[in-house]
Structures are given as C-alpha cells and as structure tokens.
Design a protein around this ligand. Structure first.
Ligand SMILES: [Zn+2]
Length: 369
C-alpha cells in the first residue's frame, strides 16, 4: 500500500526531514525547501495554504520531495460523525484525494484528519476506519493530544491502533506546551512506534526525532521553527511571535535548542561553539531576517548530521548510542554550569532520568540528586 511513497525514498538521505510553514518571521519555508532540494530530504509544508505553496515550490525546484499538510487538525476536533474535513460532499474522500492529491502528482499528502481528543475513542476509531483504504501517495494523519501516551490512556490507544496493524501512521502529538517531553509520554511514544514500526512522527524537535527513529519510526519530521516543533491543540493560545528575538539554535554538543543569546551567556568564559559548515561561531547573531535564516539553516544541517550519525549505527545499537550521546551532552552542560543555574533542555532532562540505570532524578540544572 505504501509502495508509492517508499519507492521515492532516496537511499542517501537520512530518514529525517523538515516541517515548515509560511507563517514565520524566519523565512523557514524557503530555507527548508532549498536545504531539502539539495539533500533529497522530504519537506512537509504545514500551512493553511500548504497545497498552493507546495505546488509553487515544486515548480521552482522540480526534484524537491514534498508533502502538503493543510492541517485540518489545527482547526477543529474530530467527532465520530465527522473525523475528516472537507469530505462531506457528493464525491466523499475519494473525490478529495483525486482533486487535491492525484496519484502521480508532484506533491504527496495526508488524510484531512481533524484533531483527536485523547478520550474520544469513537472519533479515533471512525477516523481509522474511514482512512483504511488510501491511495499510495496519502498517509494516515493521526494528530492527537499527547496525553494519550500516558499510562492511563495508552492501552486504549494501542488497542484502537492494533485493529489496524500493518498500516503506516503519521503521528502528531500536540499539547499546550512541549508535548512529548514527559516520562510517560516518551515511554508511550516508544511503545506506539515499537508496535507500529514503519510509522512516522513529525512536528517534533531533533531529540524526540532521534528517539523515535531509535524506537522503530521509519521517518521523522523536525520542525524548522518552534511552532512546528511543539504543535498545539485547536484552541490553545500561544505567545505572540517576538520579532526581536532569535530562534532556537540546535547545538548538537549540548543537545540544546536555545537562543544564541543564551549560548553567549553560557559560553562567556569558554571558547564559543563554532560551526565549520556555517563557518561562524554559534553564539553571535543579530536579530535580522538574514541571521534568523542562518540559524534555521544551521538547524537543518546539524539535525541531518545528528540523525545520520544515529542511523550509521546498527538498528539494535541505536538506543544505546543515543543514551551515550545524551550523557556526553549532559557532561558538557555540567562543565559549563559551575554555578548550577543553567536549566537543562527539558527533553534531555527527561531522557536522562528515564534511562538512568540507577533511576535517579536531577535538578532542573542537571545535577543528579
Ligand atoms: Zn551550521
């Protein structure tokens, strides 16, 4: 069923791509498209105008591997009667696919899934039923509250998915803030992917992407900016885009995603982190459109390199390799942190505690208790 998608997967590109929107002050869509056009990685356009934007990109970059996600899930909840958007007409779901994503067209797509609340099993089951028979260029989008990964809800979720064993799902886990960086949610994600290997997760950060790929995911889509790394539920209000601020920069040596202004503070008494690809120190940027785009571009190439190192390991060795990499990042963090006041990346913090053989806990700054 997935042959159409699988046959397009390049052997050279690592199984990570990017999710970008036009609604960004950092030019993230264009920067991401140029990156993916060079590398052969997949770009997901996640935007209310995803399809026209994607068609415009592919006209200019014919080799670009694109998926369009107009994101009905961002705007309303699925119900048992209406789990999908835009299919309540004479032509139904088949007509929707034919109109927007004809097989053999230049852009792949997702089912027009509405958002699933964690407790609404009938809506979830209806969505799974109605998307059981898809054209090869469409993946089943499961955009759902991240609380569904927690122990109290997880078994119901796994039961509903198990009725569709063998299908490929594309998961988005959303919450008001930082959806997956909690112990039970990380564990739940590992279990979901373990039971549905070959599925995907996107709208995540590089740390979650790496863990998902070590847990059985076939592909992960990392957000090109924070709104695409931490998807919200319909109705959740976020902070305004602050024009003066710099986007988070992925610093692989610390497994951090912070504003370069924070790094400037952290590295005040050490040698600045430096990127040989960007040919510049990573703690000195101006809040200009140009510099913001450089940060986005750095994140794309650094994330790609990080995931390439991960998948260079044998599949059964990847989880252990990641644990080691996290411990090294943590050690560097602690070296920079003599006063014990540098808050550790929340995701890294949770991974370290979850995987600690002694089951210790740590302070927010990363000190083992
Ligand atoms: Zn760089």
């Amino acid at each position: 069923m997935d042959d159409g998608l699988m046959s397009q997967v390049s052997v050279a590109a690592p199984p990570v791509g990017f999710v970008a929107s036009e609604k960004s002050l950092c030019n993230e869509l264009e920067v991401s498209a140029e990156h993916c056009d060079r590398t052969g990685q997949i770009l997901v356009v996640s935007d209310d105008r995803a399809l026209p934007l994607a068609l415009d990109l592919v006209q200019r970059m014919p080799r670009l591997r694109l998926r369009a996600d107009p994101g009905a899930w961002r705007h309303g909840d699925a119900t048992p009667d209406h789990p999908l958007a835009d299919v309540d007409n004479l032509f139904g779901i088949a007509g929707w696919y034919e109109q927007h994503f004809p097989v053999g067209g230049p852009v792949d797509g997702y089912t027009p899934s509405k958002f699933l609340r964690a407790t609404d099993r009938p809506a979830r089951q209806a969505l799974l039923e109605q998307t059981a028979d898809l054209p090869p260029n469409i993946i089943t989008r499961i955009a759902i509250e991240a609380t569904v990964l927690e122990a109290v809800r997880r078994d119901d979720f796994l039961d509903d998915l198990a009725a569709h064993q063998g299908r490929k799902f594309s998961f988005i886990f959303a919450d008001k803030k930082d959806p997956i960086a909690e112990y039970q949610r990380i564990e739940g994600l590992r279990q979901v992917l373990g039971e549905h290997p070959g599925s995907e997760v996107d709208h995540v950060d590089p740390l979650i992407a790496a863990d998902a790929l070590a847990s059985g995911a076939s592909w992960a889509g990392v957000g090109a900016s924070s709104a695409r790394r931490m998807p919200r539920r319909p109705g959740d209000k976020g902070g305004p885009n602050s024009a003066g601020y710099l986007p988070g920069l992925f610093l692989e040596e610390l497994l951090e995603l912070r504003s370069p202004m924070i790094y400037a503070d952290w590295y005040a008494n050490s040698r600045s982190p430096y990127c040989a690809t960007c040919v510049r120190p990573l703690d000195v940027f101006e809040p200009t459109t140009t510099d913001k785009a450089v940060i986005i571009g750095h994140n794309l190439h650094q994330t790609t390199a990080h995931i390439a190192s991960l998948v260079a390991q044998a599949p059964e060795a990847r989880a252990a390799w990641l644990r080691e990499v996290r411990l090294e990042a943590h050690a560097r963090h602690m070296q920079l942190n003599p006063l014990g006041d540098m808050v550790l990346n929340r995701g890294l913090h949770r991974f370290l505690e979850l995987d600690d053989p002694q089951m210790r806990s740590m302070s927010r700054a990363g000190a083992w208790k």
